[in-house]
Ligand binder design. Structure first.
Ligand code: ZN
Length: 396
């Protein structure tokens, strides 16, 4: 396939030749190929990366869920378990519905958590592993085995987490080692041990505030270095970095950089968050995700990473074009680096996963979020105008 007249982020207009699943050449007046797409100056971006979501428990496309949940984290966890018992939703069907809507809007790589607990066992992990295989060649999905209800406080959950890794989960998940499990050393020793045994990366939800979160973060940094897991550990949320004094935060960013730990941020309006600029200045990869979308935790979120990029831009008070481009990196190349997805970018040799948008600049894409998108995944056109190509649309 040849894409003529695509606009790159720096404004230059190029032709992009795709062979098989990859970008084979970029340049001017490349020899014509069949099929050919004339982008007519549309902005070409790397396809989006959703670096942190929970496909397994979304109500996306189902009846509206009336949220009357209490304010504490534990209220939300208990409510979710109760809701799940009664709503009859199939995690595989729900996850597929949301994943395909992500694809229609330009996301080709997703890291999704899947709950593991004493009630559902590893059912949700199995559902997402099935989805990952079903969509292989169309989207890349990483499955994180995630102890949403706590790990050590609910005996046998650790055994289930191990079973989830055996069942094909890609990444080990952790959760508030002090705040939920109240045993940071025990929790982190357990999840890092699983990582060592399964040679798997780690992604820890760290909602813990202030010094408590900073303490847990230091323990994660120590273990990442001791086990030489640089480049394979993500801390999600990391609200503590927004809570502590600037000098303390700087020292933590430096520690994260030295340990090669990346940060995932959802940039929620409700909490202080890691600063995209401070993280990058220290050499820390920071990337974006929705977290849950339309579930028992939150009614918000959408399978549109341009919306998330805008929220990251707003939260970080980005106004300049070069700043808003950083928000875009959070949902494209930085997300790929943080999650370990390879070949994301627009250069010869990268996988041909692209989004063409009818705008001239990256900042315009972030604030305008046009839905008129041409999405290319693995070298073929998969969606246009926010709709999947007919042959890819779900049967229902
Ligand atoms: Zn989450």
């Amino acid at each position: 396939m040849l894409i003529r007249n695509a606009r790159l982020a720096d404004g230059t207009i190029v032709d992009i030749r795709i062979e098989g699943e990859h970008i084979a050449a970029m340049g001017h007046d490349l020899p014509a190929a069949v099929p050919m797409v004339d982008a007519e100056g549309a902005l070409a971006l790397p396809a989006f990366v959703e670096g942190h979501t929970h496909l397994d428990k979304t109500f996306w496309g189902a009846a509206w869920y009336r949220n009357e949940v209490g304010p504490r984290l534990i209220d939300r966890i208990e409510n979710e378990r109760a809701t799940r018992r009664g709503n009859g939703l199939d995690p595989l069907a729900q996850a597929e519905r949301l994943a395909l809507d992500f694809l229609a809007l330009g996301t080709t790589r997703i890291r999704s958590f899947a709950d593991v607990d004493t009630e559902i066992g590893i059912r949700h992990v199995e559902a997402l592993v099935t989805l990952r295989e079903r969509l292989r060649g169309l989207m890349d999905i990483q499955v994180v085995a995630f102890p949403q209800s706590g790990l050590l406080i609910r005996p046998t959950t650790l055994d289930l987490l191990e079973a989830a890794m055996q069942a094909g989960a890609d990444v080990v998940g952790g959760l508030d080692p002090a705040g939920i499990d109240r045993d940071p050393k025990g929790h982190l020793d357990a999840v890092f041990d699983l990582c060592s045994r399964f040679r798997a990366p780690l992604d820890v939800h760290l909602h813990e505030p202030g010094e408590l979160g900073a303490f847990s973060m230091e323990l994660i940094i120590e273990r990442t270095r001791a086990l030489s897991m640089q480049g394979r550990v993500v801390i999600s949320h990391a609200f503590c970095l927004g809570d502590v004094a600037p000098a303390r935060a700087m020292a933590l960013y430096d520690g994260l950089a030295e340990a090669g730990i990346a940060l995932a941020t959802t940039a929620p309006p409700s909490r202080a968050v890691p600063s995209v600029k401070a993280a990058r200045a220290a050499g820390v990869t920071i990337f974006g995700g929705n977290d849950g979308i339309r579930d028992a935790w939150t009614p918000y979120g959408a399978p549109d990473m341009l919306q998330r990029a805008m929220l990251i831009g707003l939260k970080n008070e980005f106004r300049r074009d070069d700043e808003i481009a950083l928000a875009m990196e959070c949902v494209t190349t930085a997300g790929a680096i943080g999650c370990g997805f390879e070949g994301a970018g627009i250069a010869t040799g990268d996988r041909a996963d692209l989004v063409l948008l009818p705008v001239e600049t990256v900042a315009e894409a972030v604030v305008g979020q046009p839905r008129d998108r041409l999405v290319i995944s693995h070298g073929r056109i998969v969606a246009q105008g926010a709709a999947l190509m007919p042959e890819l649309s779900p049967a229902e």
